[in-house]
Write a protein that binds this ligand. Sequence first.
Ligand code: FAD
Length: 317
Amino acid sequence: VRPIGRRFRGVSDVRDLLILGAGPAGLAAATVARALGLDALVLEGGARPGGQLLVTPTPIPDCPGLPASTGPALAEQLAAHLAQGGGAVRTGHHVERVDVREGVVTAGGEHHRARFLLLATGARPRRLGVPGERAELGRGPSPAARRYGDRYRDRAVLIVGGGDVALEEAVLFARAGARVILAHRGDGFRARRDFRSALEAEPRVDVRLRTKLCAIEGEPEVTRALLVGPEGPFHAEVGAVFVCAGLAPNSELVAGQVETDAQGFVVTGVAQRTSAGRLYAAGDVCSGSTWMAAAAIGQAATAVKEVERRIHLGDDP
Ligand SMILES: Cc1cc2nc3c(=O)[nH]c(=O)nc-3n(C[C@H](O)[C@H](O)[C@H](O)COP(=O)(O)OP(=O)(O)OC[C@H]3O[C@@H](n4cnc5c(N)ncnc54)[C@H](O)[C@@H]3O)c2cc1C
């Protein structure tokens, strides 16, 4: 291990592995690292481990071996498995800076150093960047229907998007008694089959294809949205707009230090290696991610196994 650079005086231990983020990928990585006898530390910015699972109140039916009634229940199972092996997550440790070359991570002004880093910071709802869009209930990102469906009973809401989240939101809001407009810029929906069937069976959703959101209007409350469809621009009188436009990666920490795709997702190769020798990435932050907990868990396990192999061989970057 190279001596610690002048900028990072005060870093004491050099660990085997620093894991950034404690969603399914980070939790799985920490569990595997303990099982393999690595000295690993998990830094999580949030108050609880679980990542996006914490905002998924619906069942997770597609995580083999881990049947869970809800996302938070699956998060608990993953955290309990880590704890069983004696592992823990440092929550409330938002990572502010990463020096990939030096292997130094800064969180809360404290520096940590490791031979290898695993980026497992996941993703967040993508914004469209239209006027009036903000990170507030009723004018921004989903999911919301499970938690706030009642608030919009007998009111009109606009859902924007064509994937799983958009269709699920549209159906749930309709079932909660809202008048739903579902606008999607494409010709058809890419959501999974059960969500498409649920939408087809739901007569209270007004589906508008080839239709784009241009602006959200009204202050302080949303009053209408400006859209453009096949027949040109039009206004929809709605009390809320929920944008379900996919995900943006939480990869700013390594921007400019590692190869990313055009949207900023981190490019990974064999065994989740990135273009920087010391850095691995797993889960939703990776380019080509399938956005599944099972994939995040598998990628994390693969990356950690590879780290262990390299440490064993003395193949430090
Ligand atoms: C509504 C919804 C429904 C879903 N349904 C399913 C489903 O049915 N089946 C399925 O398999 N998947 C589902 N998913 C997707 C699944 O939750 C994700 O694929 C999975 O959580 C990705 O795991 P991850 O560990 O890569 O990232 P995340 O879960 O995004 O976790 C990343 C973690 O990193 C932390 N972090 C970020 N930046 C920092 C920083 N700077 N410092 C410290 N910590 C940081 C975050 O706080 C977070 O805890 C769903 C997601 C949503 C939102």
